[in-house]
Design a protein around this ligand. Structure first.
Ligand code: PMP
Length: 449
């Protein structure tokens, strides 16, 4: 058996020499399935890393890459250079973006796109002559990436411990997970009001003229598929506006229909000053991400850079033409197949099936989600203030993988789901049946935890 102690530094993997994680090797993709090197077919209910929206064998994406590789395989967009694919993609993103977003920078990963957002905010405030306005408020439970600054924005302790993070002027405020963090008897509405009050207090404590931006995933993904209370952003946004604090929406998971709307921002009723997207931007096939910003931010940065020689930030593969060509094709497919409306329709079936299978079941604390994002969280006696110390989710996810041949992810005591957007209603029902069969099988072990 191949194990994690082999030659590769596998991310987010137990690398211990004594109990190395078994490595799962995949050889081929086929629609909703990936095929292991043992020939076994696995239903991929995580879309890889929340990314493979159109399944694992979309020929149009492969063809778009091939065509571009054969015409212009590389050109950069540094120092006044450009190419057709990146121009087309910028226009497509701006045309679809919520609110007033009118300019776009490109990177290759979500982490870099978030760093681009933060550096744009920092330069913006420097140019405006308020160099003290630099702090970024992120939230506990958030995931924003793995580079030092992006990991600092994360609100997950494992992203900080071991690396001397967070770095820089980063603060964290409360997570909007009502089930886990509400006080006994506190309604969603009262919980959202409390979070907005706590944000206001943090801003007052730190000094409003020191806070530059607030960054939020509309729906939190890697923290465990956390859907905020309906009025959460309605209460948070006025606090930000009052103190002239920019709103950055991290749509790396939510963008391109995942939530049943084109953007998670639409679902949450927000118009961010900066929007970050990636993953499904290229159907998850090639590394490309984008940081969209308002004309207000761009024009301030542009004023300064005409003096200093430019926005001194970018990556060799920012706007890579092959990645951009695949992203353009993915966006065309989303439009032609009306992927967003399809997600909204299928999501109803998905969540009804999840609720029916798990609400009120023994040791199930919460069934949650929106669009094609779902989670079933286990808890001792269903109590959110206690946990199984993260063993239950992993135990259940392992059984789902091994016995039901289905890839899901464990986050704390939850199993989270993010199937490709092309999934059909029947596939979703079958997925829930598999989860339930596995739950029935592992319940005795969960009782014993
Ligand atoms: N933001 C969010 C919301 C994410 O879910 C992720 C990746 N899971 C990232 C940022 C980081 O993206 P990447 O891994 O491409 O750097």
């Amino acid at each position: 058996m191949t194990t994690a102690s082999d030659s590769i530094l596998h991310p987010f993997t137990n690398l211990s020499q004594t109990a190395p994680a078994p490595i799962r090797t995949f050889a081929k993709g086929d629609g909703l399935y990936v095929i292991g090197d043992d020939g076994e077919r696995y239903f991929e209910a995580m879309s890889g890393l929340w990314s493979v929206s159109l399944g694992f064998s979309e020929k149009r994406l492969a063809d778009a890459a091939t065509r571009q590789l054969q015409s212009l395989p590389f050109y950069h967009i540094f120092m006044s250079s450009s190419h057709e694919q990146v121009r087309e993609l910028a226009e497509a993103l701006i045309a679809r973006a919520p609110g007033q977003l009118a300019h776009v920078g490109f990177s290759t990963s979500g982490s870099e796109a978030n760093e681009t957002a933060v550096k744009a905010v920092w330069q913006y405030n420097n140019v405006l002559g308020r160099p003290q306005k630099k702090k970024i408020i992120a939230r506990w439970d958030a995931y924003h990436g793995s580079t030092a600054l992006a990991a600092s924005l994360c609100g997950l302790p494992n992203m900080h411990s071991g690396f001397d993070l967070p770095l820089g002027p980063i603060l964290h405020t409360g997570s909007p997970h009502h089930w886990r963090h509400a006080k006994p008897g506190e309604t969603e509405e009262a919980f959202a009001t409390r979070l907005a009050d706590e944000l206001e207090q943090m801003i007052q404590r730190e000094g409003p003229d020191t806070i530059a931006a607030f960054i939020a995933e509309p729906i939190m993904g890697a923290g465990g598929v956390i859907v905020p209370p309906a009025s959460y952003f309605d209460k948070i946004v006025p606090v930000l506006k009052k103190h002239d604090i920019l709103l950055i929406a991290d749509e790396i998971i939510c963008g391109f229909g995942r939530t049943g709307t084109y953007w998670g921002s639409e679902l949450c009723g927000i118009e961010p000053d900066i929007l970050v997207c990636g993953k499904q931007l290229s159907g998850g096939y090639l590394p490309i991400s984008a940081t969209l910003m308002t004309d207000e931010i761009y024009s301030v940065i542009a004023t300064e850079t005409s003096r200093s020689g430019g926005f001194s930030h970018g990556f060799t593969h920012s706007g890579n033409p092959v990645c951009a060509a695949v992203a353009n094709e993915a966006i065309r497919i989303y439009d032609e197949r009306d992927i967003v409306a399809g997600v909204a329709r299928k999501a109803e079936v998905f969540h009804a099936a999840l609720r029916e299978a798990f609400t009120g079941a023994e040791h199930v604390g919460e069934v949650r989600g929106v669009g094609l994002l779902g989670a079933v969280e286990l808890a001792p006696e269903g109590d959110p203030r206690r946990s199984f110390a993260d063993k239950a989710g992993a135990l259940w996810a392992r059984d789902i993988y091994e016995t039901e041949k289905t890839v899901v992810r464990a986050v704390h005591d939850a199993v989270v789901l993010c199937p490709p957007l092309i999934v059909e209603e029947g596939d979703l029902i079958a997925l829930v049946e598999r989860l339930r069969r596995s739950y029935d099988r592992v319940l005795p072990q969960i009782r014993a935890l």
